[in-house]
Design a binder for this molecule. Structure first.
Ligand code: MV4
Length: 501
């Protein structure tokens, strides 16, 4: 039985976990750095403990401090969220050693899947399709030539302990191999404390499709279908959806079955995600397994009706799933947009600061998973994710129209956000026709620069019309209310936020 959970995270995911706890009658304990004293997750939790200075290395990444806070609070369990220590086997072990339930997989499963070559060896054993390449790290003195000739060019060098695109290098021909290998090893050593790398054939124009799995401690493993995550920029996803418009029931069953077999072979328990690359012929290849709850988990929740955080807590408490694969049904379509405090029209730089005005989207089938409130300050020390806007519709076109509507309602003033780019994506004919690839954004973003120029023109035309109206006012009938349509640009008439700046 779990009666109290310490949430070892911040922002929207800490809020998400606190909400699930409250619905289950579980007490929640927040932790906060000096930059997060008045953060939303602190205001929402039942209790909150300070854990140190703003840099994450001195607060949210301190295993000793977090375990001490959990013990001091009398917590039974620790939920790691995503990022920070969520895929750190030593943290899971430290929790267990302190008598705390880690709401996540066993340390051995984290470690196995954290080594991408170990994961590839499991996939090979099981006959799960994967990108051709090595299943062992290259030896420290290996120049990679033999492996590269066997695989063929172009190829990718990846960090064995990497993932999520960090430490990856594309090699088009043998002449580039030596330098790329040196850089990849250096990056891997710096980022992951281990210079080990492996080699894979490069899949051009891939789509990124991942499968959600749930495994309980009683040997039940099921999948909840896929998410399409192809709209991304530099390995940061912007828009995700469930189901993938590319995947039919047969492909879902094949990918889901492969994901379940991988999870089972790794001794996996709790919620996890198996990533695949899908080529233009719809062949899928195992890429890696993420041993955490993912940012984009809500789209799966909206389409399956299953609360993934609730399931994580139930599984961690030792409860059986209580339903089987045949009980999982997928209904309609869900889309998630990530609202980040970044300035896409200014080089995508982070945009920390105080949120002076905020109006979230609402209405039918709209969900706002946010970590901020009007008046709060967005620190510069962490991930820029402010909120996730999620919508559901009976089908994909309905969900897209709803997302466009919801993005137009969403207003954030005081910090720059990615909302204009998200609106661009969901309005684009290629997105609407499901012509998705990981290159979507770089291919279509010049359109956004045009839109910026167009906005300026609209502002000038509006100013000229207003002046004409002022001059002619005496002879014209009473004008309509200024308030009509004011919501498009702000919370109140005359209050100009976001795009109008
Ligand atoms: C690849 C690939 C092409 N071929 N591997 C990027 C994130 C990491 N999980 C793996 N990634 C890729 N691995 C081979 N053999 C292309 C990518 C890739 C990518 C994958 C998923 C989502 C977005 C991406 C953007 C660029 C490259």
């Amino acid at each position: 039985m779990i009666g109290k959970v310490l949430v070892a995270n911040r922002g929207e995911i800490a809020v998400r976990v606190i909400r699930a706890c409250r619905e289950l009658g579980i007490a929640s304990v927040a932790v906060f750095s000096e930059a997060d004293r008045e953060a939303l997750h602190v205001l929402m939790a039942d209790e909150a403990y300070p854990i140190g200075p703003p840099p994450a290395a001195q607060s949210y990444l301190r295993i000793d401090t977090l375990v001490a806070a959990a013990k001091a609070a009398g917590a039974d369990a620790v939920h790691p969220g995503y990022g920070f220590l969520a895929e750190n086997a030593a943290f899971a072990e430290a929790c267990a050693a302190a008598g705390l339930v880690f709401v996540g997989p066993p340390p051995a499963a984290i470690r196995t899947m954290g080594d991408k070559t170990a994961a590839r060896r499991i996939a090979r054993e099981l006959g799960v399709p994967m990108v051709p390449g090595t299943v062992e790290p290259l030896a420290a003195d290996d120049d990679g030539r033999a492996a590269a000739r066997a695989i063929g060019y172009p190829l990718m060098i990846k960090a064995a302990l990497g993932g999520g695109g960090k430490g990856m290098r594309l090699v088009r021909e043998e002449g580039e191999l030596e330098a790329a290998l040196r850089m990849a090893r250096g990056e891997a050593a710096g980022a992951f404390g281990d210079a080990s790398v492996y080699v894979e054939r490069y899949v051009p124009e891939p789509r990124h499709i991942e499968v959600q799995v749930l495994a309980d401690a009683h040997g039940h493993v099921i999948h909840l279908g896929e998410r399409e995550c192809s709209i991304q920029r530099r390995h940061q996803k912007l828009v995700e959806e469930c189901p993938s418009p590319l995947v039919d029931a047969t492909m879902r069953e094949r990918m889901g079955e492969a994901a379940c077999r991988l999870a089972r072979a790794a001794g996996y328990v709790n919620a996890g995600t198996v990533e695949f690359l899908v080529d233009p012929d719809r062949a899928f290849y195992f890429l890696e397994m993420n041993t955490r709850l993912q940012v984009e988990h809500p789209v799966t929740e909206m389409v399956t009706g299953i609360d993934l955080v609730r399931e994580q807590l139930r599984i961690a408490a030792g409860e059986p799933l209580g339903y089987a694969q045949a009980d999982v049904a997928w209904r309609g379509a869900a889309i998630e947009c990530r609202i980040n405090a970044e300035d896409p029209l200014g080089g995508w730089l982070p945009s920390p600061g105080t949120i002076t005005g905020l109006r979230a989207a609402a209405g039918p089938w709209v969900r706002d998973d946010s970590g901020v409130y009007e008046g709060c300050t967005v620190p510069r020390f962490y991930d820029t994710l402010l909120a996730k806007l999620i919508v559901w519709g009976a089908d994909r076109p309905t969900a897209i129209a709803r997302m466009a509507r919801a993005l137009a309602e969403y207003k954030v003033v005081g910090v720059r956000t990615t909302i204009p780019v998200l609106a661009h994506v969901v309005a684009h004919e290629d997105f609407r026709a499901a012509r998705l690839s990981t290159h979507f954004l770089e291919r279509t973003l010049p359109d956004l620069a045009l839109a910026k120029g167009r906005r300026r023109s609209v502002a000038i035309i509006a100013a000229v019309l207003a002046e004409y109206e002022r001059l002619g006012r005496r002879t014209l009938p009473e004008p309509p209310s200024d308030a009509a349509g004011a919501w498009r640009s702000g919370l109140r008439p005359g209050w100009r936020g976001g795009l109008a700046k």
